[in-house]
Design a protein around this ligand. Structure first.
Ligand code: CDP
Length: 209
């Protein structure tokens, strides 16, 4: 069973994807980490993340072992990721790795921005996880405050709007709801309710397969 989860920043897709993978005993790939790694490598080498040629070259050299680096989960890496993610050469370089992962016998869970539209258009289940920008900014602010970071809600909300615009506005594989995806709006749900709703979607699809 191949499950594709897409959606905007801080909608809760990572938590849902991880829990679905554990529940159905499937391997899980957080594809955002690939873009984060490319962004981080660019910054570490003093390269400009808006330089598509350099970013494409770096994306072709990534080592999957580096995806475990906890620094990739940070806020800066997320911003760098969304800048390198606009480059067609970066997306092309990362596509094969994602498709290979998805092809595992028994299936897999992948989450990102273009899984149901570009990486795995034939996924068995597609879920588009979303929530209002205000609720997503609140969640991201709380998450960063809990990590001891001095952040304020208004700044994070502005960044969320900026990230949404960049992710949805790029020319290649923009963030978009796949036409055959089930929408899961988590605005009024906690993590547990969102997970249960996701399982209900998977079970409904399975019962008709
Ligand atoms: O959860 P959050 O949005 O903060 O981070 P993420 O899912 O790790 O994604 C970081 C950035 O990587 C996004 O803003 C996208 O620009 C990019 N990305 C992408 O373009 N395609 C994917 N399949 C996954 C992430």
């Amino acid at each position: 069973m191949m499950i594709a989860i897409d959606g905007p920043a801080a909608a809760g897709k990572g938590t849902i994807a991880q829990r679905l993978a554990a529940h159905y005993r499937l391997p899980y790939l957080d594809t955002g980490l690939l873009y984060r790694l490319v962004g981080r490598m660019m910054a570490d080498r003093g390269l400009d993340p808006d330089d598509g040629v350099a970013a494409g070259r770096i994306a072709a050299t990534i080592d999957p072992a580096d995806l475990a680096d906890p620094h990739l989960r940070g806020h800066e890496a997320g911003e760098l990721a969304s800048r390198v993610a606009v480059h067609p050469a970066v997306r092309a370089a990362l596509l094969a790795f994602q498709r290979d992962f998805a092809k595992q016998p028994g299936g897999a869970v992948l989450d990102g921005r273009d899984i149901g539209t570009a990486v795995c258009p034939n996924a068995d289940v597609k879920i588009y996880v979303t929530a209002s920008a205000e609720v997503r900014a609140r969640r991201r602010t709380d998450e960063l405050l809990a990590k001891g970071r001095a952040v304020d809600y208004a700044t994070i909300l502005t960044e969320i709007h900026g990230r949404d615009a960049r992710d949805a506005g790029r020319a290649v594989a923009p963030l978009a709801k796949p036409s055959d995806a089930h929408i899961l709006d988590t605005t009024d749900m906690d993590a547990e309710a969102a997970f249960r709703a996701a399982v209900a979607i998977v079970e409904a699809v399975r019962s008709t397969a």
